[in-house]
Design a protein around this ligand. Structure first.
Ligand code: TRP
Ligand code: ZN
Length: 896
């Protein structure tokens, strides 16, 4: 059997409907940490829409077979094996009962049924249900579930599963039971159970149709004081989905449960969402503004899955973006509406900028490497490796483009038709596209390429102005540039690109737009539909030579190439009416300067920065008409990771030198302004988690971080120490500590030791805060002769470190390898040796998490020769020792 178990490729083209269907599932659990008994009774019948099969093949993993019966008769012709169980020569319809056992306490993979802090939890997406019992564990097999949980009452007083609680009672020997019924058909990946010592914050609300609903947020007792924000976020999400999409909560009860051992962010199990504690628990003392915002987004995301994912689910895992891209789009819109409402364009732009920054830094990088894949992949070895930035974030951009093309109302019509057609079904990305097309009377055949082509499109623009004719011609060419081989083989033809454009006059005001052939001008932003490889658009009646504002609000996930001068970028930064493009102009300006400086640094030449660039930044910093959150985003330089990826050969040390040079230059040149901004944006009084207050804190703390770059950081040390001691919230306290770590890196000052120690002692009982303590140290800048790898290795031996807990592993190991590029890519290869060790250690414990860490070297071919060689050696070392299919897929693709 083991030869057959080596990675085999699953292909989208091979999809076939299941030979059997399962209509009802009755599960009985006798919960015990080392040996849980699961009895499963299935109503099975042949699928009329599939080819005949005489044997029933069920999936199962890591299960001990106990017994089986068919229609009440003990079964002889059943064979349990490493990958499942075969029942030979079955009738057309029958009842199958299977009993098995598993060991939740020994399950470090956090997939299937496992124990965390003494409580039981499940995680079934994508293929975890087969680790609980034998099943047709694929999303196109939908059934109704009845679940009976039995456990010791003292140790596990709370017993939860999907749907409605229909019965509870006591059993002999101090045990008790609870029975749950989920009235909605669902795929097995949405099954969940939770059992243990938990308490809940409860609310009752009435939804649109007048029905009362019970909402619960379940946590360990000491965390009850950190549940209010998650509950508020849930209530907001429920109301928002009714208002924006006409979608109502369909169950009488909706539960969120927090667990501290969790592979990802959260999981949308029907009526019983299970969350990483990081995306539930918050109060001002323990959580930052970013944490508050993330909780709102993730609570919304999982709730929105109830319709986009659960009521309408995926036919197969290649369609993952059907639910994930759409649900990310919905959570982004939710957060934007919550921060600014429909009206506040600047507040909506802040959210848009943050989302695009993630897309460009993470998804564009994925698209440029060996894991490049289309939004709807063609093949995979391990599906867990395809919960990616492409499926989620690019998938969300693809959904957003429908809304850009059809407007909010047209998009809503498409969504309505999608649910009218497909409620209760398992469908494909094509079904979604057809609903949008049909509801808007459009043929979207070309748009399909957004689902099938990998790589980041490049749109090159040239313009010409004819003064005599008052015509302005915009020429647009699309292509993919030098895409990675993985991406290139998927690229078949031009895309339909909604390309939003505005034209700005010399006074900084938008010009009215009239395209050739139009009777008169209307609007100041136009969404051009680019469909060809090369196309021209002619604006007429253009009184003066304009400056183009391209791809407004980032209307498509592409790279725009246009030859702006530095003066033009400074002009756009000062005047563009599109707030996204104002920010974008600043980023282009900074990126260009930083890349020039990085090249100089690599060649050992002296660094200098044009005063004009400093002035452009000064204007943003001191422009009190701009919102603080916008200014903070505009003044934050592009990340080192992003910059290194833009180089012909990535050189993290050179990028770090360049970026630090610019930060120090801006710190010195604008010192008085930073100090003034710091004073002006303090938020005295009680902490408020509002976007406005968060914007003030963000700008103030950015000022502090720049002040910490000064050669004499005495001001920063004084301000940061005072801020640390006086802080009534985690945003200010952690920012102060971070500034002190920054100042200490350049000066070697010992002022950081006391607050660092204080932070640990103060929050020793708050694991999520201790995660921050590890992460702050892992991402700190290195001082001369004090490489951060030494600190990281010392922290690995700290009693609070635990590789088995994914949040803790991420806080130290992932933070260092993924968010401290200059130190991780140290010339001596010490970072890579550490990476290889940790990938292999995690591989034996938790393959899903190990595979995420393994991906951190996948762009190795793009680095300078010396680094490339050492990365290659580390990858080979991992390839030689890897056990899991998850990590093997990653390193084999990287080395191919
Ligand atoms: N479906 C989940 C979401 O996006 C994410 C998810 C997929 C997940 N696989 C998982 C979460 C495994 C935890 C563990 O909302
Ligand atoms: Zn999701």
């Amino acid at each position: 059997m083991s030869d057959l178990a080596t990675p085999n490729v699953i292909r989208r083209a091979d999809y076939a409907p299941p030979a059997f269907l399962i209509d009802t599932v009755a599960l009985e659990f006798d919960l015990a940490p080392e040996r849980t008994i699961v009895k499963s009774t299935l109503r099975v019948r042949r699928n009329p829409a599939a080819a005949h099969a005489s044997h029933l093949e069920l999936m199962g993993e890591q299960l001990e077979f106990v017994g089986a019966s068919l229609d009440g008769q003990p079964l002889a012709n059943v064979r349990a094996h490493e990958h499942g169980l075969t029942v030979e020569n079955v009738p057309d319809a029958f009842e199958l009962t299977l009993t098995g056992a598993c060991n939740p306490a020994a399950n470090t993979t956090l997939s299937g049924l496992y124990v965390s802090s003494g409580n039981f939890f499940t995680q079934c997406e994508a293929e975890g249900f087969r680790r609980i019992t034998w099943f047709l564990d694929r999303p196109d097999v939908m059934a109704t579930y009845t679940v009976t949980l039995r456990a010791d009452k003292a140790a596990y007083p709370v017993l939860l599963s999907n749907g409605n609680l229909v019965d509870t009672g006591d059993l002999p020997d101090g045990r008790h039971f609870a029975r749950w019924e989920d009235p909605f058909r669902k795929p097995s990946y949405l099954f969940a159970l939770v059992a243990g010592k938990l308490v809940a914050l409860e609310e009752r609300i009435t939804t649109g149709s007048g029905r009362e609903k019970l909402l619960q947020v379940w946590v360990e007792p000491h965390d009850l004081d950190k549940t209010r924000h998650a509950m508020d976020s849930l209530i907001h999400a429920i109301h928002w989905d009714e208002k924006r999409f006409g979608l109502e909560l369909d169950l009488d009860r909706f539960m969120i449960v927090a667990v501290s051992d969790f592979n990802m962010g959260a999981m949308e199990n029907k009526g019983l969402n299970i969350f990483n504690t990081k995306y539930v628990l918050a109060n001002p003392e323990t959580a930052t503004d970013t944490d508050f915002a993330n909780i709102e987004a993730v609570v919304g995301h999982e709730y929105f899955h109830n319709w986009t994912g659960n009521r309408v689910t995926c036919r197969d895992w290649f369609q993952l973006s059907l639910k994930e891209g759409l649900t990310v789009f919905r959570d982004q819109e939710f957060s934007a509406d919550m921060s600014g409402g429909d009206q506040d364009e600047a507040a909506r732009a802040t959210k848009r900028i943050e989302d695009v920054r993630v897309l460009r830094q993470m998804q564009f990088a994925e698209d440029a490497g060996p894991m490049a894949h289309p939004v709807r992949p063609e093949s995979y070895v391990e599906i867990n490796n395809f919960y990616t930035m492409t499926v989620y974030e690019k998938g969300s951009e693809v959904v957003r483009m429908y809304q850009t093309l059809f407007g909010r109302d047209g998009f809503r019509k498409g969504m309505d038709l999608y649910f009218a057609r497909h409620d209760g079904q398992a469908v494909t990305c094509d079904d979604f596209r057809h609903a949008l097309a049909d509801a808007n009377g459009r043929d979207l055949a070309q748009f399909e390429r957004w689902y099938s082509q990998a790589g980041t499109p490049r749109v090159s623009v040239t313009t010409s102005y004819d003064e005599a004719q008052r015509r302005y011609v915009v020429t647009v060419a699309q292509g993919y540039g030098d895409a990675s081989p993985a991406a290139r083989e998927t690229q078949k033809g031009p895309l339909l690109i909604p390309f939003a454009i505005g034209l700005i006059g010399p006074d900084g005001a938008d010009l009215p737009l009239r395209l050739e052939g139009e009777a008169d001008a209307h609007g100041t932003t136009r969404v051009l539909e680019v469909t060809g490889a090369l196309q021209t658009f002619t604006f007429v009646d253009v009184p003066v030579k304009p400056l183009p504002s391209l791809l407004r609000n980032f209307s498509a996930p592409v790279i725009v190439e246009y030859d702006y001068s530095n003066d033009e970028l400074a002009f756009l930064l000062a005047h563009d009416s599109d707030p996204f493009n104002r920010w974008e102009a600043g980023q282009r300006l900074a990126t260009r300067e930083l890349l020039t400086l990085a090249t100089r640094a690599a060649e050992g030449r002296p660094l200098e920065l044009d005063d004009a660039v400093v002035d452009a930044f000064r204007r943003v910093l001191t422009d009190e008409t701009l919102s603080p959150s916008f200014r903070e985003l505009a003044l934050m330089l592009p990340s080192e990771t992003y910059l290194a990826e833009q180089m012909a050969e990535s050189d993290p040390a050179a990028v770090h030198a360049a970026r630090q040079f610019v930060r120090r230059r801006l710190a010195h040149a604008l010192k008085a302004d930073w100090l003034a901004v710091y004073e002006r944006h303090v938020t005295p009084g009680e902490y408020e988690a509002t976007p406005v207050a968060a914007g003030h804190r963000a700008l103030k703390n950015l000022a502090l971080s720049y002040l910490a770059e000064l050669d004499d950081p005495a001001d920063a040390v004084r301000l940061a120490t005072a801020q640390y001691d006086a802080a009534n919230n985690m945003t200010d306290r952690s920012a102060a500590l971070s500034a002190l770590l920054g100042a200490a890196a350049s000066t070697g000052g010992d002022f950081v030791q006391r607050p660092l120690q204080d932070f640990y002692e103060r929050f020793e009982k708050e694991p999520l805060v201790i995660d921050k303590w590890f992460a702050l140290q892992a991402t700190q800048r290195g001082g001369a002769g004090r490489p951060v790898i030494d600190t990281v290795r010392a922290l690995m031996a700290h009693p609070a470190f635990n590789l088995k807990n994914p949040n803790r592993a991420r806080s130290l190991v992932f933070s260092f390898c993924g968010a401290n590029p200059a130190q991780f890519h140290a010339a001596d290869g010490s970072g890579y040796a550490f990476w290889a060790e940790q990938v292999l250690a995690l591989d034996a414990l938790n393959p899903q998490v190990a595979a995420r860490l393994a991906r951190m070297l996948e762009l190795w071919r793009r680095f300078t020769p010396k680094l490339r060689e050492q990365m290659h050696a580390a990858l080979k070392q991992v390839a030689a020792g890897v056990k899991s299919r998850d990590v093997r897929e990653i390193v084999e693709k990287a080395l191919a």
